[in-house]
Design a protein around this ligand. Structure first.
Ligand SMILES: [Zn+2]
Length: 395
C-alpha cells in the first residue's frame, strides 16, 4: 500500500503565496508536490477533499505552559502528551513546552519528561521542537505570575550545572538582561546556540542594547511584564519596536494587549518580525470557574481570563486558532508568517517546515470558512479531523 495521498482544498497559503484550488500530494512525512487544478481532480481512495477549506502550514507555538488541564510543570510524559494532543485540535503542529520559574528540581523533572517525550514522540500530538525556559533568571519587579520565591540571580555556571544535560533541547531562555550576571549568561547561551529572549524585565533601552550586543535576539510576550515605551526612555517595548535584531512574541488575545497596540507592533516590525504565541496555561480549553495551579500559585478562570487571587493575569487562555481569528484582518500570507513561519525561522526550521513546497515537512492544517480548524496533519499523518467540514475517502 502506498503511503501517499492528496489534499484538495479551496485555497492554500504559506508566508509567500496564495494558491487557488491546490492539490497537494503527501508522501510519508513530507510534501511531495504542490500543484493547482485541485477542483478538476477526481477524488481517489485516501484523498482528503476539503472543498471549503484553506490549507496552511501548521501553527507553531513557541510559548506554551499547558492546556486541557495539564501543565508542563507536572513533570510527567503523560501531561506533555495530553498538551500535545490538545494543541492539534487548535491547528498547532509544532510547539515548545515552556517552563515557569520554579524550584530547580521541579524544573529539571519537567525538562527530563520533555526530553524523554522528544525521544519517543506521540504520533497523535503536535511535535515538540524544543524547550523554552521562562525564568528563573528574571527581574522580581516584573515577575507577573512567576512566583517570587524561586526567582534567581543569573549565573552562567549554575545554569550549565542544572540545565547542562538538556542544552541540546533548550531553544529559548527568557531572562531579564539588567540583572547582575545576565550579560555573561546571554553570551553563554549564544555560544550554545540558544536564543536569549528578553522578558519579565525592567531593562532600559541602553541595557537592551548591551543584551543585543551579547547575543539576545528575541522579546518575550511584548508589552507584558516589561518596561514600557516613553518618549525619553524607549524601554524594552521601544527596543522591540525599533530594533530589527529582535523578534517579538505577541499574545493577541485582546486581553493582554490592546488590538491597536498589536497592529502598531506589526506595522513597526513588519510581518517577519512578530511571532504570535498563546502563552497557554493549563486552563486553556477549560470552562469558566476552572481552578488550577501555575507552579505554586492558585489560578482561577473567569470571563475567558486566568488570574491570580490578586487579579494579575496568569498566562493566557488563548490558543493560536483564536489568535488567528483575532488578527484576521491580515491577508492569509501575513497570518501564516505570524503564526507559523516566523517561529519556524527563529528555530532554524524555516525551509523545512512552515512552507508549502516539495520536500518540506507535511505539518499542515485545514481551516474552514468559519475560521475553525477542520483538520490537522503532523508529519504526514492526520492527527485530528472535524468530520462535518472535511471528507476523507475511504481506504
Ligand atoms: Zn509564559
Amino acid at each position: 500500500m502506498s503511503d501517499s495521498y492528496r489534499i484538495l482544498a479551496a485555497s492554500a497559503a504559506d508566508f509567500r503565496d496564495e494558491i487557488v484550488h491546490p492539490q497537494i500530494t503527501i508522501c510519508g512525512k513530507s510534501i511531495e508536490s504542490v500543484e493547482t487544478g485541485g477542483m478538476l481532480v477526481r477524488v481517489q481512495e485516501g484523498d482528503i477533499a476539503a472543498k471549503d477549506c484553506l490549507l496552511v502550514p501548521g501553527f507553531i507555538d513557541i510559548h506554551v505552559h499547558g492546556g486541557a488541564g495539564y501543565s508542563v510543570m507536572d513533570g510527567t510524559r503523560a501531561s506533555i502528551r495530553a498538551i500535545g494532543r490538545h494543541l492539534v485540535k487548535h491547528g498547532v503542529t509544532g510547539w515548545l513546552p515552556t517552563t515557569v520559574t520554579a524550584p530547580l528540581d521541579i524544573t529539571v523533572a519537567a525538562l527530563n519528561a520533555i526530553s524523554e517525550e522528544m525521544k519517543h514522540p506521540d504520533p497523535l500530538g503536535a511535535r515538540i521542537l524544543g524547550i523554552h525556559l521562562e525564568g528563573p533568571y528574571i527581574n522580581p519587579d516584573k515577575k507577573g505570575a512567576q512566583p517570587l520565591s524561586y526567582v534567581r540571580v543569573p549565573d552562567s555556571r549554575e545554569f550549565l550545572k542544572w540545565a547542562g544535560p538538556y542544552l541540546h533541547a533548550i531553544k529559548i531562555v527568557t531572562l531579564a538582561p539588567e540583572m547582575e550576571g545576565a550579560l555573561e549568561l546571554i553570551q553563554t547561551l549564544t555560544r550554545k546556540n540558544i536564543i536569549t529572549s528578553i522578558g519579565h524585565t525592567n531593562a532600559t533601552y541602553k541595557e537592551v542594547d548591551k543584551a543585543i550586543y551579547a547575543g539576545a535576539s528575541h522579546v518575550t510576550h511584548c508589552f507584558n511584564a516589561m518596561s514600557p515605551m516613553t518618549g525619553r526612555e524607549p524601554g524594552v517595548v521601544g527596543a522591540a519596536f525599533a530594533r530589527k535584531e529582535l523578534k517579538a512574541e505577541l499574545i493577541w488575545d485582546n486581553i493582554h494587549v490592546h488590538p491597536a497596540s498589536c497592529d502598531a507592533l506589526v506595522a513597526a516590525k513588519g510581518s517577519s518580525g512578530v511571532i504570535l504565541i498563546s502563552d497557554g496555561i493549563p486552563g486553556a480549553g477549560m470552562h469558566d470557574g476552572y481552578e488550577f495551579s501555575l507552579g505554586d500559585l492558585p489560578v482561577t478562570v473567569k470571563d475567558g481570563a486566568a488570574r491570580l487571587p490578586d487579579g494579575t493575569l496568569a498566562g493566557s487562555m488563548l490558543t493560536l486558532d483564536v489568535a488567528r481569528v483575532n488578527s484576521a484582518a491580515f491577508d492569509p500570507c501575513t497570518l501564516s508568517a505570524l503564526i507559523s513561519h516566523n517561529a519556524a525561522d527563529t528555530l532554524g526550521l524555516g525551509r523545512k517546515t512552515s512552507i508549502l513546497e516539495s520536500g518540506a515537512d507535511a505539518d499542515l492544517c485545514l481551516i474552514d470558512k468559519f475560521n475553525k480548524i477542520a483538520g490537522t496533519i503532523v508529519q504526514g499523518k492526520v492527527v485530528w479531523m472535524e468530520k462535518d467540514q472535511t471528507e476523507r475517502s475511504k481506504k
